[in-house]
Design a protein around this ligand. Structure first.
Ligand code: HEM
Length: 459
């Protein structure tokens, strides 16, 4: 089956031409400085930037940054329109292609409509309950091992440590244990690819992050291509081996090129998002010892010795852990804004939006709307109790997006967060000084500028 032939991959022929600037002049907003527009203000403070503009111009407004005009569509109704996309009005490929296309071409988020649906279905096998249980076995072992090396009693920078641990966990649960001498090369190539996807300079000029990312990709492509036949023959419970055996609807195997593109993309999609969300989770627990204790009590109630692995069938029991993690992601959504490009004319809140318009929805803005989240800066996991959640708009909390492109690794992310919380809180009490307020950079993915110095003490 030729998936390419069925698909709606944008080609120069069907991709809308760039819009002339005047096509969006009816949308409130401004162009900022000549040439650079508002790029610098947006980079300096993405949250403040969009909040100020929303106040001045409203929930639908335009800006000029990174060399393109973009229309912000803000709030839960906009999230629903764009993410659910019942009318197939928005291309994800043409939104994300600008950011990710060079290093992660043809990842799932860079496919649209029918073609995307076929690929997503083929990849879903890797996220079914059987494989997930194997990943949890790897996560339990890897986390227990990693935490055993974290120091007690002295100040400890959490962010670089969790970044490293998340990468090591991805290496085993995604690629299997037999990386051996190739581990360091894969790790380095992969770090370069992730850094490149978020680089400001969008041309692979010598010495830039993008050129290192392109080299990293060449290394990874070579590694995966060598491994695919071996994995097909030998099998394995890791995610890569699952994809090597994944099939299209007619039973034929995915091509090497498809596996390479999907694997690289999956590792990127998982790595920084998990690093960011676990960092904000631990920061909030450190600053809120009452919640830390509540989660420990929830763990004790499972009736399992605290040195044991977290069993798969207990994941659903960790309700408070999930609420506390959700509230951390509300305050620092790992994907703060989501780009799309309109492929057909539409109208939203009375504003005509022509085909070809670049639009973004903004989880970060939505998660702080005071009319939805009273006292939005305050950490309060009870916002996610079933009663409190019931009356809220379904698209008011969107850390994982929604609709056809909703995060495929959502269950993996909750599983890793719960497994991490289980081992971490069973080992350590975590604290920050009472007057400490982490200074978050919200771009490109939320992270604490100072690396988040915490103190760990034995429980
Ligand atoms: C806390 C952690 C995570 C967050 C907050 C997160 C967030 C997101 C968001 C917002 C999207 C949708 C983007 C869009 O609509 O354009 C997305 C898509 C995706 N995520 Fe995640 N993600 C996380 C972890 C993971 C993990 C662990 C994996 C893989 C194991 C993963 C794999 C994917 C994939 C494959 C897509 C593309 C889905 C598609 O286009 O159909 N993510 N993620």
């Amino acid at each position: 089956m030729s998936v390419q032939a069925i698909g709606t991959r944008p080609t120069p022929a069907n991709r809308p031409a760039p819009l002339p600037r005047q096509a969006l002049e009816h949308i409130p907003g401004s162009d900022g400085w000549p040439l650079i527009g508002d790029t610098l203000s947006l980079l300096a403070d993405p949250k403040g930037f969009v909040e100020k503009r929303a106040q001045r111009y409203g929930l639908v407004h335009r800006s000029y940054a990174f060399g393109v005009t973009n229309v912000a569509l803000l709030g839960p109704e906009a999230n629903e329109l764009v993410l659910l996309d019942t009318e197939k009005l928005f291309s994800s490929a043409q939104g994300w292609g600008f950011v990710l296309g060079r290093v992660f071409p043809r990842g799932l988020m860079l496919l649209d409509f029918d073609e995307h649906r076929l690929h997503r279905r083929a990849l879903s096998v890797a996220f079914k309950s059987g494989p997930m249980q194997s990943y949890l076995t790897q996560l339990n072992a890897g986390i227990a091992n990693g935490l055993a090396q974290w120091p007690c009693g002295s100040a400890f920078k959490f962010y670089p440590a969790i970044k490293r641990l998340t990468l090591d966990l991805a290496a085993t649960s995604f690629l299997g244990e037999e990386l051996g001498s190739e581990l360091e090369g894969v790790r380095r190539a992969f770090v370069a690819m992730v850094a490149a996807s978020l680089a400001v300079v969008r041309k692979p000029l010598p010495g830039t992050k993008l050129s290192r990312g392109v080299r990293g990709r060449a290394f990874i492509v070579d590694y995966f291509n060598r491994q695919i036949p071996l994995r097909r023959e030998r099998g394995g419970a890791d995610l890569f081996s699952q994809l090597c055996r994944a099939t299209w609807d007619d039973g034929s195997l995915l091509s090497n090129a498809d596996i390479v593109d999907h694997m690289s993309f999956l590792m990127m999609a998982a790595h920084d998002t998990l690093t960011s969300s676990l960092t904000s989770f631990v920061y909030r627990l450190a600053a809120n010892p009452g919640w830390q204790q509540k989660l420990r009590e929830e763990h004790h109630a499972l009736g399992i010795a605290r040195t044991e692995p977290l069993p798969f069938d207990k994941l659903d029991n960790l309700k408070f852990t999930e609420m506390a993690f959700n509230e951390a992601m509300r305050l620092a959504p790992p994907v703060p804004s989501i780009p799309r490009r309109a492929v057909r004319d539409l109208e939203f809140k009375g504003f005509p939006i022509p085909a070809g318009t670049r639009v973004t929805v903004n989880p970060l803005f939505t998660h702080y709307m005071p009319e939805i989240w009273p006292e939005p800066d305050c950490y309060d996991p009870t916002r996610f109790s079933p009663e409190a959640s019931r009356s809220r708009h379904k698209f008011a909390f969107v850390p994982f997006g929604g609709g056809a492109h909703m995060c495929l690794g959502l269950n993996f992310a909750y599983m890793q967060a719960k497994c991490f919380a289980w081992h971490f809180l069973n080992h350590f009490r975590v604290s920050v000084p009472s007057n400490y307020r982490a200074d978050w950079s919200m771009w490109p993915i939320p992270y604490p500028r100072d690396g988040l110095a915490v103190t760990l003490n034995p429980v």
